[in-house]
Design a protein around this ligand. Structure first.
Ligand code: FAD
Length: 373
């Protein structure tokens, strides 16, 4: 164990969004960092499989990027979304602004963001990234490295968290929701333009179902269909796909294209969504979990990554406050962060109903009010 004045050595497990940002934060503190990522280096891969192609970056996440000097670089490739655009069943659209004109969220490309963060981390000579490495791999070669602190940024199914559960009294709560999500695409128009208004997060709320669309840099939109698995299972043939879209999202068909819709739906798979709460986030001065490993949430509040990014600021503040004493800083981190993260997990679950359902009744009430004026 290094003394308080010696260089601290940290193993970051997971080089996803939060792990790679954390490596930047630790590098700024002059720690020696070994980052272990299970996948290959995404910067060298042709296709990166995984979740959501794009994400909404909010103030919370931007603040964390600013701390490590990356906010401007990331915003250069982000597309501002200033309002929700509600698509009614009859094709009419109504914008609902997020706030004042300077209040907006940003559509960012997950892969690009992860690449920027990995490259920024590696620019620091004291950071080494090890790809194709699982820290806790019992079958294959085990990674043996003596470090001062292990930081679990290994996502919702965290191996670090599993190990913590064996060694400490860790409360754990996991909930799968009955809905799954499937990603589809609205391509750019033949004249290479966006097929819909660009600075919006488009929403097709249909009470039990919902579809959303976020713009991409190549002028396409990533559409995400959220629906109970039992409904996904009922759509089997190309005719079922078309019948469902004609009934539920008719205005989206010409935008996606009938042929492409059939193809992309049939070749895509509905994926599950999980919500996780646990406590504490640390073990003594040895281990801490952050990001989805500590608080995976359903994506309806668009805060999973943003909250994970904010975790990095909070831990950094605690390390400042306790002069890099890991025992005190990790204890303070759990105490401070746990109630806030649990509240965001709950808010995300609440917004699950808000986005697909309540937004409809609010629009109805608003229009009724306008009609009566
Ligand atoms: P992950 O992104 O899961 O990264 C974990 C990393 O650890 C991965 O690279 C993985 O390969 C690696 N790993 C796993 N196990 C090991 C191991 N044993 N050893 C080494 N490496 C390992 N959030 C938002 O803020 N805004 C949004 O708009 C938004 N939209 C979303 C839409 C969908 C459909 C989904 C599913 C999620 C969305 N999220 C959003 C949430 C966001 O994706 C997550 O909160 C975020 O990815 C968490 O980052 P993370 O680094 O903690 O975990």
């Amino acid at each position: 164990m290094s003394g308080e004045n010696q260089v601290k050595h940290v193993a970051v497990v997971g080089g996803g969004l939060v792990g790679s940002l954390n490596a930047c934060f630790f590098a700024k503190r002059k720690y020696k960092v070994d980052l272990y990522e299970m996948r290959d280096d995404i910067r060298t891969m042709e296709i990166v499989k995984g979740r959501s192609i794009n994400l909404a970056l909010s103030c919370r996440g931007r603040e964390a990027l600013k701390h490590v000097g990356l906010e401007d670089e990331v915003l250069k490739t982000a597309i501002p979304m200033r309002a929700r655009m509600i698509h009614d069943l009859d094709g009419t659209c109504h914008p609902i602004p997020y706030g004042k004109s300077d209040q907006f969220i940003n559509s960012v490309d997950r892969r690009l963001l992860n690449e920027v963060l990995l490259t920024a981390a590696e620019k620091n000579p004291q950071v080494t990234c090890h790809f194709n490495h699982k820290l806790l791999n019992k079958e294959g070669k085990e990674v043996k490295n003596k470090v001062d602190l292990i930081v679990g940024n290994d996502g919702a199914f965290s191996a670090i968290r599993r190990q913590m559960m064996k060694d400490t009294l860790l409360d754990y709560n996991q909930e799968y929701i009955p809905h799954g999500y499937m990603e589809l695409t609205i391509p750019a128009t033949p004249s290479n333009d966006f097929a819909m208004g660009v600075n919006y997060l488009h929403i097709w709320p249909r009470n039990e179902f919902m579809m959303i669309a976020l713009p991409n840099l190549d002028k396409s939109y990533t559409l995400t269909l959220f629906m109970p698995f039992e409904n996904f299972n009922q759509i089997k043939t190309e005719d079922d796909v078309m019948d469902f879209f004609r009934r539920m999202f008719p205005d989206s068909i010409p935008l996606i294209g009938e042929k492409f819709l059939k193809e992309i739906y049939q070749s895509s798979k509905a994926l599950p969504m999980v919500s996780i709460k646990c406590s504490p986030y640390h073990v003594k001065d040895k281990v801490v979990i952050m990001g989805d490993a500590a608080h995976a949430m359903v994506p309806f509040y668009g805060q999973g990554m943003n909250c994970g990014f904010e975790d990095c600021i909070v831990l950094n503040d605690m390390l400042d406050k306790h002069s890099d004493n890991f025992e005190l800083a990790l204890k303070a981190y759990t105490e401070h962060r746990n109630p806030d993260a649990k509240a965001i997990v709950d808010l995300a679950m609440y917004n699950y109903v808000e986005m697909r359902k309540s937004v409809n009744s609010k629009m109805f009430l608003l229009r009724k009010k306008i009609d009566n004026m």
